[in-house]
Write a protein that binds this ligand. Structure first.
Ligand code: 5CA
Length: 441
């Protein structure tokens, strides 16, 4: 991508309406643009990051055997009346009437719709378990949308649903998602901890929120520091192995505000290990048995009887993650943002010092840019005539993790190269490509 041709509308200053770093940066670097309260357009830079996050989320869902579907954003109110949630959901639900005066709604979540899909086609217990997921826009008419895409009204969510024959099998499914979430967040270079949480309007009595620590988070958390050292890498997708993993985490006191109990916390966590802080909820999983299958009559035949399937649901805030990664990765002290390579809008920026009367640097930069592209490096070249230091500042702001500078000193094969936040090195182009490619693996 040539910077001069790109659509990256960078603002000169931080917008005053944005209170937290991620919101400021996303507006400042032209990742998003507000269209109305709590509703945003995603511009190329932001959209690219979100799509890369989505890809990782998808790969980790596929890896546990979940199958992708796509349900619509607009749903009929009938199924919500069947489950009994149409009234319960209250004002957060955006209700719409079509031209026949039928009551429709913009889906805030999909338990009803997926149950309806399941019950119309699955009749035998032999097809269980079924794990279905989709990645789709949701709408919740939040009372106070804030912090940009962190708490907005229209947002992009991965929601998965499991269908099983018994509680035991359903917990096996639950634990598969538990593991897949740990892996997903790790690939995004986030350290997300599972915490016992309230189930709110989704329901059920077992639930974990996945929280990343951040001062700007909206969830207050109480946890045992030792939970950060739990290892999950060796866990397999077998029932026992997954159960052990859950036990290893659940052994530690780790809850959000609404589950907090002072004496339990103090009795189970020694003073040195207590951590009371704030965090951002990036994922939330629920087990609710037959809460939806029973009223909606989603059953399978098992040993001559009809059994209501046991269900769980599993959400990841795909669009929220874009902001959450910024909150976690932005280094206040150096005013530097560095995207994890796995989701960065570009792997590397080629930044030539462009002189009106001499195009040597620009031509050299174009050659490097073309060569890197041919080696599958996602690269952007700044071919504008802006001065060198403001170009570098701009890429520090954009958070592109690697930069190549073609300036005065660039006479031979050794190229000035640096990782954001570190010092420059002088390396040959093939070495640079090797270094970035190895990091991408
Ligand atoms: N049906 C369940 C699981 S699929 C569900 O809807 N869970 S949820 O309400 O917890 O949402 C899942 C994830 O979506 C949350 O963990 C959060 O990361 C994200 N999310 C929820 N509300 C918003 C919002 N208003 N703005 C941005 N992201 C949100």
């Amino acid at each position: 991508m040539y910077f001069s041709k790109s659509f990256i509308p960078i603002l000169k200053n931080n917008p005053s309406e944005a209170k937290i770093k991620s919101h400021q940066l996303m507006l400042r670097t032209g990742m998003i643009k507000q269209s109305s309260s709590g509703i945003y357009s995603w511009l190329p830079l932001g959209f690219k990051v979100m799509k890369k996050i989505e890809k990782i989320v998808r790969e980790e869902q596929d890896r546990i055997g979940a199958q992708e579907i796509l349900m619509p954003t607009i749903q009929s109110s009938d199924i919500w009346k069947e489950s009994g949630r149409y009234e319960d959901y209250g004002e957060e639900m955006l209700r719409i009437k079509d031209r026949q005066n039928r009551e429709m709604l913009y889906g805030p979540t999909n338990e009803e719709l997926v149950t309806e899909i399941f019950r119309s086609s699955t009749k035998s217990y032999k097809s269980l378990p079924q794990l279905l997921y989709h990645i789709q826009w949701k709408f919740r008419d939040e009372l106070r949308p804030r912090f940009g895409i962190m708490r907005c009204r229209e947002f992009y969510m991965k929601d998965a649903y499991s269908f099983d024959i018994s509680d035991e099998e359903a917990l096996f499914s639950y634990n598969k998602f538990f593991l897949s979430y740990l892996k997903t967040f790790k690939r995004l270079e986030l350290s997300a901890i599972p915490m016992a949480a309230d189930t709110g309007p989704i329901g059920g009595n077992l639930s974990h929120e996945f929280i990343i620590l951040a001062d700007t988070g909206e969830s207050k958390i109480y946890t045992d520091k030792r939970i950060f050292d739990v290892e999950y890498e060796k866990t397999t997708l077998e029932k026992k192995s997954l159960e052990n993993l859950r036990n290893k985490y659940d052994k530690f006191y780790s809850v959000t505000d609404d589950k907090f109990n002072k004496s339990d916390f103090e009795n189970s966590v020694n003073e040195n290990n207590r951590l009371v802080t704030k965090g951002i909820e990036v994922g939330h999983i629920f087990y609710f048995g037959d809460k939806y299958s029973k009223p909606m009559k989603a059953s399978v035949d098992y040993q001559g009887k009809k059994i209501f399937v046991k269900m769980g649901s599993y959400g990841v805030g795909v669009s929220r993650l874009v902001g959450a990664i910024i909150e976690a990765k932005y280094k206040d002290k150096d005013e530097i943002m560095k995207w994890p390579l796995s989701v960065s809008p570009f792997d590397c920026a080629v930044i030539p010092l462009v002189n009106k009367n001499d195009d040597t640097n620009l031509l050299k930069a174009i050659k490097i840019y073309e060569y890197m592209k041919s080696k599958n490096i996602d690269v952007i070249i700044d071919d504008t005539e802006e001065n060198f230091s403001s170009k570098i500042k701009k890429f520090n702001l954009l958070g592109v993790p690697y930069q190549i500078m073609i300036g005065k000193k660039s006479e031979n094969d050794l190229i000035e190269f640096k990782e954001i936040g570190s010092d420059s090195k002088y390396l040959k182009i093939d070495k640079i490509i090797e270094l970035i490619s190895n990091k991408k693996k």
